[in-house]
Every structure is written in structure tokens, then in C-alpha cells.
Design a protein around this ligand. Structure first.
Ligand code: MF3
Ligand code: CO
Ligand code: CO
Length: 258
């Protein structure tokens, strides 16, 4: 199956869904502090998406996922299930939001600190964000996905960090996960060639330790095997005639590319 190209009407719907997903990350920030449970954050996001945005939280019941957002704390890599456990000082947490509006998906995540982060925690969050931005800045027609994976891997490994290989970015649209797979490692000049109108995510998961991961018995939460810290940032992107449009951009980000 080929990678789908979105038409103007579909792109406008992706813009709306992307903006809503970004808005949820902005909305939830003031609630993320010492003592809050990830279950509470899940409920606040759920109610905001459903009642205020009149949208659908895509994770809920997705292949049996039990909650409306993913919350991945410290050595959790991705797909963490919100729980009654309280966040504590020094934790880092990825909040991953996907909404469906008018049939289209917007998918975005970022890292938050609980209290003041220690040096290692701040560092891995910054490196993961930079990895995402390096990938985004390469997006334009004619670029191979392998070029992007290679650039992210080269950057992260030069910082003595590792790139998770079992999970990747993805095409997105009327389906949550479409073709192509967007690997965050690889070889330049290989893989799908980007074309105007493609929409996909980049969402590198970067570890302070080794790249290997395992899934917990809950069948969802992915953790680093060596229990080292992991961080992830995600945006939904549109390939434009000359470059990229970040469909899930937040005001706090200032992007020189657009
Ligand atoms: N939002 C995740 C992604 O970026 C996928 C979560 S699937 C879920 O692709 F079922 F865990 F929600
Ligand atoms: Co995604
Ligand atoms: Co996501």
C-alpha cells in the first residue's frame, strides 16, 4: 500500500485536529505537579477533549488501551497507562495526546518536569526534543525517511544516548497509525521519499542508557530494560511544497522554519 496524499479538505481537517491535540498539552500543564496522579490527569484531559473540544480521545479502547491519554514516567518509554500513583518531585513524565475531530487525528507529546529536574533528567528531555526538531527541520519533498532517521540517530548517539528501535513515528490521517513507518534511526538515502501532502509523526524515544526495551505485564507500558531514563517528544507534520508545517505546534515553541 502506498503512502496517502491528503487533499486540501483533508489537510484542513488535519490542521484542526492537530491544533486541538496541541491545545490539550497546553491546557494540562498547570495540573502537572507534585502529588497529582496520572489517573487525575487522564480524567481532566478526557473531559476537556470530550466536553470542550467535542472531539474523541483516540487512545481510549484503541486495541484495548484502557485510558484516554498515555503517561510515561521516568524509565517508562511510551504507552504508559494512567494510574492512581502520585507523581513526585524529580519525576519526568511524557504526556501523549491523540484526538480525533471530524474523522481526522492529531497526535503530539511532550515532557514535563515535576518540581525541579536533576541534571540527567533535564539533559535527556532536551536531547529528545532536539532530536525531534532535527527531524522536523529536514522534512521537505524529495527527502528520504532514512535521511531523517539517520540524522536523529547520529545526533542522539553523539550525545552518548540511544534511540529506541521497536517503536516509531507513523503516517496519520483518518487512521491513527498509517503508512509509512517513520524510524528514528537508519541509513541516509533509504526508504520512502517524501511528497507534498503527506502527513506523519516524528516521535523519537531517547534513552540515557541502552536502547533495549521491554513491555510490562500490563501489555502496554514500555520500559527501558536497564531502567535508564527515557524521554520522547512528538509532533504531527504536513509535507508542504517547500518544507514542513507543524500541525501540532504550540505557542511556546518558536520555530525558525515556518
Ligand atoms: N500516541 C501514541 C503514538 O504516538 C500511540 C498510543 S497507542 C495507545 O503513536 F493505545 F497506547 F494509546
Ligand atoms: Co504517534
Ligand atoms: Co502519540
Amino acid at each position: 500500500m502506498a503512502v496517502s496524499i491528503k487533499n486540501e479538505d483533508q489537510i484542513n481537517k488535519m490542521r484542526i485536529a492537530g491544533k486541538l491535540a496541541a491545545d490539550v498539552l497546553v491546557m494540562i500543564e498547570p495540573y502537572i505537579k507534585v502529588g497529582v496522579t496520572t489517573d487525575e490527569l487522564d480524567k481532566i484531559c478526557h473531559d476537556y477533549i470530550v466536553d470542550v473540544q467535542q472531539a474523541i480521545p483516540a487512545p481510549l479502547n484503541y486495541h484495548g488501551f484502557p485510558k484516554s491519554i498515555c503517561t510515561s514516567v521516568n524509565h517508562q518509554v511510551c504507552h504508559g497507562i494512567p494510574s492512581p500513583k502520585k507523581l513526585k518531585k524529580g519525576d519526568i513524565v511524557n504526556i501523549d495526546i491523540t484526538v480525533i475531530k471530524d474523522g481526522f487525528h492529531g497526535d503530539t507529546s511532550k515532557m514535563f518536569f515535576i518540581g525541579k529536574p536533576n541534571v540527567a533528567a533535564k539533559r535527556i528531555c532536551d536531547i529528545a526534543q532536539k532530536s525531534l526538531y532535527i527531524g522536523i527541520n529536514m522534512v521537505k519533498p524529495g527527502v528520504h525517511l532514512g535521511d531523517i532517521g539517520h540524522a536523529i540517530q547520529t545526533f542522539a548517539e553523539a550525545q552518548f544516548c540511544s534511540v529506541v528501535r521497536e517503536y516509531c513515528g507513523h503516517g496519520i490521517g483518518e487512521k491513527f497509525h498509517e503508512e509509512p513507518q517513520v524510524l528514528h534511526y537508519g541509513k541516509a538515502g533509504t526508504g520512502v521519499v517524501l511528497k507534498e501532502g503527506m502527513t506523519f509523526t516524528i516521535e523519537p524515544m531517547i534513552n540515557t542508557g541502552k536502547r533495549h526495551v521491554k513491555q510490562l505485564p500490563d501489555k502496554w507500558t514500555v520500559v527501558t530494560k536497564d531502567h535508564s531514563l527515557s524521554a520522547q517528544w512528538e509532533h504531527t507534520l504536513l509535507v508542504t511544497k517547500t518544507g514542513v508545517e507543524i500541525l501540532t505546534l504550540r505557542d511556546e515553541e518558536n520555530f525558525p522554519t515556518i
